[in-house]
Design a protein around this ligand. Sequence first.
Ligand SMILES: [Zn+2]
Length: 295
Amino acid sequence: MAEIRVALTFDDLPSLVLDAPSATCEVMDPGERRCVAQRLVETLRSASVPAVAFVNSGFLGGQEDLVRPWIEAGVELGNHTARHSSVDSLPLDVWADEVRECDAFLGAMGSTGRRFFRHPYLRYGGSPHRQAAARRFLLEEGYVQAHATAVPADWLLARFYREARDCGDTTRMRRVEERLAGHTLEVLEAAHHSLRRLLGRPAPQVLDLHVHRLAAAHLDSTLDRLRKGGACFIPLTEALADPVYQLDPTEWSAGGSWVERLAPASADALWFRRQPDRLRRWWREQCELPSQSSG
Ligand SMILES: [Zn+2]
């Protein structure tokens, strides 16, 4: 079994952003938000896994102290814009203010890092010009772009989990939990093989998960499955130091994982793009099966 060095990252702290562009969060109840943060942080701490969490400071809604447990646990906080704004959704100067607003928040909270930026929706810009302007701005602000190679559709599984949970359907909740671990490992392995094909050598991966109820409840089993599959967790700085993250994508593309950006027309890129539809088909099948197992 191949060892896969991987840096773990979470987007959308305090909670998964739904229903763009109106952009509400999955967890709005203050008490539940606190539980989600605590469970994730405790799992990371007990598993001794380094992580970076990308913050949407404008969605904290008076719960600014929610980021404290992450900082205290040694999780570095990164900038994900104040209100999860894609670089294509706003005039560039307004978008830049969104980045600066989040930066000011992270500074005020005593986050010592403030080194990493991740684009919402992994959209880097809908035109080459916009993409170059955004990159220049981030560089001037001192940010390193946290490219992601392994990008599971955990956000979609979180939605299925919510549906099952709303119906009190524990059988389907368990199936989604198992699928989270299996799907995440499958995407990580695919990214590992894909980069090895591209570079002719193994390279460290950057895994992109989100903050949501499903992750809070089942991050431990997911990390366990990844470790059994050969994952060895490393800091994000170490992963991004690999030359693959300094490459300039030869073919321009608006978004997606770093693997897709480096080889957008490859069979691997196509496989990654098909994953959400594959999960939707799987979920339709789950919904057609009897919800309670007959033993
Ligand atoms: Zn996001």
